[in-house]
Write a protein that binds this ligand. Structure first.
Ligand SMILES: [Zn+2]
Ligand SMILES: [Zn+2]
Length: 138
């Protein structure tokens, strides 16, 4: 949190309480929320905040590589977990979970061996049904 705020401040950005609230929420949540969802949450504390402020802040954070944007079913979702990891996406309810990094490391090691590439970063998604959607399918 402090790092993010310091890096934004270094860039000459005004750190408003609204922006802080957006960063704070993104860091605390395990979800991969949409801008709409973040707007709803932050608006409870800061009723004056507009959706465009939320978008501006998110794209600013993205530009600084502090959040990742993932597109799911045409909707942008935001992830403050910027270490390499796999996002697993439910195509039914839109829930997104993280898969542990070890799994991704295994894939990277195998892919590097096979292709003889030096792999620097990776991002990918798995799509399917989450456990609760899966159980409703029967
Ligand atoms: Zn689901
Ligand atoms: Zn994630």
């Amino acid at each position: 949190m402090e790092q993010i705020v310091a890096s934004l401040r270094d860039e000459g950005f005004r750190i408003t309480p609204q922006r802080m609230a957006i960063v704070d929420y993104l860091l605390k949540t395990e979800d991969h929320p949409s801008a709409d969802h973040i707007h709803k949450v932050v608006r409870k504390r800061y009723p004056m905040i507009s959706l465009s402020t939320v978008y501006k802040t998110l794209y600013l954070l993205k530009e600084k590589n502090l959040v990742n944007e993932i597109e799911v079913e045409g909707e942008s979702r935001f992830d403050a977990h910027t270490d390499d990891h796999i996002n697993i996406v439910c195509i039914k309810c839109g829930k997104i979970d993280d898969v542990d990094e070890e799994t991704l490391k295994d894939i990277q090691v195998k892919a590097a061996k096979k292709s003889k590439y030096l792999i620097l970063k990776s991002s990918f998604e798995l799509h399917g049904y989450c456990s609760s959607c899966k159980s409703k399918m029967k």
